[in-house]
Structure formats: structure tokens, C-alpha cells
Design a protein around this ligand. Structure first.
Ligand code: SIN
Ligand code: FE
Length: 321
């Protein structure tokens, strides 16, 4: 598919490649090296009627929900403020349509991922990001790499597809060093991965007990725990937040972009009204598999990826190294 795109590399060089003026490699290689793939006109097909409907939705700040989410596999919406009188059926249909269109686009544009991707949540972000009051770990204006507290990925990559639907306002991001650089830099300040595995051991004992009692199990893997800890560590690290190298990117109205947010450290400083679709991509489908965070953690700690991605309650007593 010949859709013009730009690749904004988020390393220290901040190079911008443009497929309209240069012969570029497969777009997935830029993504996998920490690039943001940018489209001046969002190619994820979105009608003016749908945009007008979304712009008219009034949402109030809610301490419980960060965004409105659509869960395609359940065909369910969450995060709606009932006081705002939202037409939930229409909203669901609009988000479902965004989900379908981004999926169609992804399958053609990033065809190596086609049989190796799963659809995660779709989100609508109606609130102004500048000045939002959120818990520190939920703040979007602090640099971080993504990890989902309630949805383990077992090493799958988090690929997110955004569209700025604000009629006039840019959405402003900052990025810093990528996962590989940050994981090496901060390894000494993180709980050792063996600690994650020991905790897994303890958890597995506790989980076996709770399983026997019919209670809920944690299904996180050591990889998911480490990634969640790292997300929190970065947001809580005031020195890092203040001193990290930062590059600023502006996404104008009607533009679209996609990025591996488990790899590119990012924060959003301002902007309102964005749509986003998350995909989980198998690391096996990557053109540069050594860039996947699970491979980087394997090299950093010496545990096989099979151990890192196993749900804790399925790990054996003796952890294979
Ligand atoms: C984030 O993933 O941290 C927020 C990105 C955005 O809403 O623009
Ligand atoms: Fe994020």
C-alpha cells in the first residue's frame, strides 16, 4: 500500500524521514526502532459526522476513568459519565468503526503483523490533557513506557494508533530515550528480575492456596510485573523527569500517528479529543525481534523469554535460567 508517511525517530538524532521524498524501508522497521509513524491526514477513515458527534460529547473529570474505552471483543463501553447524557449506542458505533478501520489499515500497511496481532481496547480521550488532575501513576504528562495494570501482555508489543480529531488544536507529546537505553540505565535501581521471579514463587504458593479456596488468581507474568514496576519507577523518578533528554512532537488536527508505546518513552502535555486503538503484536512477527522489550530483558537478566512470559501461577518451583 503506498500511503505517504513520515517516520519521526525518537532517538537523540530526532531524524525525520519522509516517504514522499525518499525511498524508505518497510514502515515496520522504523516503528520497531522507536520511530513514530506520522500521517498528515489520518488514513484511518473517519467521517465528519462521527467527528462532530464526538466533539459534542461533554465529559466531566472522573477519578475512576481516564478515558472512554470500547472493548471490541465484548462490544462494551466503559468510562462514560452517566450525568453527561451520552448517546451510548451511537458512541459505541463510532468507536467500533474506528476500531475496524484502524484494523483494516494495519493489516494492509503493516502486513507482516497481519496474522500476529490482536485487537485490544479502543479509546476516546475527550478531556484537555494540560492541567489534568490525576494520581501520579496515572498522569499522562510524565514520561513513561506503557504497561497495563489489568491486562498482561506476556511479552506482546503494545502498538497504539492515534488520531487528533480536535478541529484546531495540536496534541503535544514529549519523548525521551527508548526502552533499551532506559532499561540498561536504571537496571541497578529496579527490583532485580530474580526478585520478580521469587515474588512469583511466593505468589504461586499463595495463588495455589487461593485457587484451592476458589479465589481469584493473578495471571501476570514476571515480564508484566517488571514492565509495570518500570512504568511506575519512571513516573515516580523526579530526577529522570526533570533531567531526561526530551524531544517535542506536535500532532496537528486531523493527523494520525502510530507508535510502540512499550518502547518509546512518552508523555502528552496538551491536546484534547483524540482517538486511539491499541493492538498487541507478537514479538515473533517483528522484523527486528531483538528490539522487543522481552528480548532486551532476556539479555539484561539472562532468563529465557519462555520463563519471562509465563503466567506466575504456571511457573514451576525451580525457575529455569
Ligand atoms: C499516553 O499513552 O501516555 C497518552 C498519550 C495520549 O493520550 O496522547
Ligand atoms: Fe502512555
Amino acid at each position: 500500500m503506498t500511503i505517504p508517511f513520515q517516520a519521526f525517530m525518537t532517538d537523540a538524532e530526532s531524524t525525520r524521514y519522509n516517504s514522499a521524498s525518499e525511498a524508505l524501508a518497510h514502515p515496520a522497521t522504523y516503528l520497531e526502532q522507536g520511530g513514530i509513524l506520522y500521517f498528515e491526514h489520518s488514513p484511518f477513515g473517519f467521517s465528519d459526522e462521527d467527528r462532530d458527534f464526538l466533539l459534542n460529547q461533554k465529559q466531566l473529570e472522573s477519578p475512576r476513568h481516564k478515558n472512554i474505552a470500547y472493548k471490541p471483543h465484548l462490544d462494551k463501553l466503559t468510562g462514560i459519565d452517566q450525568r453527561a447524557g451520552v448517546d451510548t449506542l451511537r458512541l459505541k458505533a463510532v468507536l467500533k468503526s474506528y476500531s475496524e478501520k484502524t484494523t483494516q489499515f494495519l493489516d494492509e500497511f503493516l502486513s507482516p503483523y497481519r496474522n500476529h496481532r490482536s485487537l485490544d481496547y479502543t479509546s476516546f480521550r475527550p478531556l484537555e490533557e494540560e492541567g489534568r488532575v490525576l494520581r501520579l501513576r496515572a498522569r499522562n504528562d510524565l514520561l513513561h513506557v506503557d504497561s497495563f495494570p489489568t491486562r498482561p501482555t506476556y511479552g506482546k508489543r503494545i502498538l497504539r494508533v492515534f488520531t487528533n480529531i480536535h478541529p484546531t488544536k495540536v496534541r503535544v507529546w514529549k519523548t525521551s530515550d527508548n526502552f533499551e537505553v532506559l532499561a540498561h540505565r536504571f537496571k541497578g535501581q529496579m527490583r532485580p528480575l530474580s526478585g520478580q521471579l521469587e515474588r512469583s514463587d511466593k505468589t504461586s504458593l499463595r495463588q495455589r492456596l487461593s485457587h484451592a479456596l476458589g479465589l481469584k488468581q493473578s495471571n501476570q507474568s514476571p515480564y508484566d510485573r517488571w514492565m509495570m514496576d518500570f512504568h511506575n519507577f519512571l513516573k515516580e523518578n523526579a530526577d529522570f523527569q526533570a533531567q531526561a533528554r526530551k524531544a517535542t512532537w506536535e500532532f496537528p488536527p486531523h493527523s494520525g500517528w502510530m507508535v510502540y508505546t512499550d518502547m518509546v518513552s512518552h508523555s502528552v502535555l496538551s491536546g484534547q479529543y483524540a482517538l486511539e486503538q491499541t493492538f498487541l503484536i507478537d514479538p515473533e512477527a517483528q522484523l527486528l525481534p531483538e528490539k522487543a522489550p522481552i528480548e532486551i530483558l532476556k539479555d539484561l537478566y539472562g532468563y529465557p523469554t519462555s520463563t519471562l512470559r509465563t503466567a506466575e501461577h504456571q511457573l514451576p518451583e525451580q525457575i529455569p535460567v
